[in-house]
Design a protein. Structure first.
Ligand code: NAD
Ligand code: ZN
Ligand code: ZN
Length: 363
């Protein structure tokens, strides 16, 4: 049995992606087959294509997706055909040492489908972030499907499955931003703008958006930045201090993930402030020399944010409701809707800084 569908595959390191036939098995025990309705193009897909994540080519790309459950395997009781879901890459196991200690957002043994999706010649595909959703149908673990209110448009909902959740969660969960905080966000792409939206939702009074592109700074203001800084034109640390009474920000979020931006985050926070690294560095990057005494005397917390420390079951339905109530403008992340054939072009637009998110819509 199984299904033959079209999917976007990265065949080898650095090569352009192609749309090709993908074989998707019927769901086995614990699995779900999902008809994908929309899937956003994330920078992490490009990292996969460039071999920046691992070398397990060929990849089935796409992981910021929403769709409708088509079939479930044996033993799946929490989902039924027809359910509208956002796919997640944190299907918590409930048993690992993080889960047992009451911190399931760190789960170290998350579930994925056990069967492989394959190319027509039988080659097994590595699905991006255990999802692989630039395809008409995808096979995931049932725990990777989070039911949400179907009143939200799929192209908006899908974005909560990765980058937008990572940014919102970096602000709300990892950064713990509360009303009255001052916040700086370095890198105002999809993830950084979501962090800005999260800071606004939490009641931060000063929100400084920092980027190297003027267009990105305009969008950052639109999401709630009270001040913007062009990192090409001025000293980022001095600018953040100037907007925070000379002290630095309570929380600084690095949504780029490079040594220079992390260093700026480190020095742009107030005493006892928090740095959140949500941008993903590539393996060759090194932390620059910082005197150990600076770590001690500045105090506070230096954190990383994996997927915004989210719990999909807790956070996705809540964020969808906030959006439907008009309190979280998720629709602003959708720069354009495209087809499967346009993913390579969307990567180019992303690299030129022209879009926040291109979202593939499937008929
Ligand atoms: N931690 C997670 O769970 C998680 C999840 C999704 C994405 N990410 C990562 O988050 C990062 C951002 O993703 P995105 O989709 O927003 O990418 P993006 O390309 O849309 O945004 C990056 C932004 O950073 C800006 N920028 C680049 N260099 C800069 C500098 N030196 N100073 C200031 N700004 C600079 C760019 O102009 C751009 O606006 C990526 O590394 C991505 O892999 C992390
Ligand atoms: Zn676990
Ligand atoms: Zn992503």
């Amino acid at each position: 049995m199984g299904h033959e569908v079209r999917g976007v595959v990265a065949p080898s390191k650095g090569a352009p992606v192609t749309v090709t036939t993908v074989q998707v098995p019927d769901p086995g025990p614990g699995e779900a087959l999902v008809a994908v309705q929309a899937c956003g193009v994330c920078r992490t897909d490009l990292h996969y294509r460039e071999g920046g994540i691992n070398n397990e080519f060929p990849f089935l790309l796409g992981h910021e997706a929403a769709g409708v459950v088509e079939a479930v395997g044996a033993g799946v009781e929490t989902l039924a055909p027809g359910d509208f879901v956002i796919l997640n890459w944190r299907a918590v196991c409930g048993h690992c040492r993080a889960c047992r200690r009451g911190k399931p957002w760190y789960c170290f043994a998350t579930h994925n489908a056990t069967q492989s999706m394959r190319l027509a010649d039988g080659t097994a595909l590595s699905p991006a972030l255990g999802i692989g959703a630039f395809t008409e149908k995808t096979l995931v673990h049932s725990g990777q499907c989070t039911k949400v209110n179907p009143a939200i448009a799929p192209e908006i909902a899908g974005l909560l499955g990765c980058g937008v959740m990572a940014g919102l969660g970096a602000a709300l969960n990892t950064g713990g931003i509360i009303r009255g905080d001052s916040v700086a966000v370095i890198g105002c792409g999809g993830v950084g703008d979501a962090a800005i939206a999260g800071a606004r939702l939490a009641g931060a009074t000063t929100i400084i958006g920092i980027d190297v592109e003027e267009r990105k700074l305009r969008w950052a203001s639109d999401f709630g930045a009270t001040h913007t800084v062009n990192a090409r034109e001025c000293d980022v640390v001095a600018a953040v201090q100037a907007y925070t009474g000379g002290f630095g920000a309570d929380v600084v979020i690095d949504a780029v993930g490079r040594p220079e931006t992390w260093r700026q985050a480190f020095f742009a926070r107030d005493l006892a402030g928090t740095v959140v690294l949500v941008g993903v560095p590539t393996p060759e990057l090194m932390v620059p020399d910082i005197p150990l005494l600076e770590f001690f005397s500045r105090g506070g917390a230096l954190k990383s944010s994996w997927y915004g420390d989210c719990l999909p079951e807790r956070d996705f339905p809540m964020l969808v409701e906030l959006h439907l109530q008009g309190r979280l403008p998720l629709e602003k992340f959708v720069s354009e809707t495209i087809t499967l054939e346009d993913v390579e072009t969307a990567f180019e637009k992303m690299q030129r800084g022209e879009v926040l998110r291109s979202v593939v819509l499937l008929p």
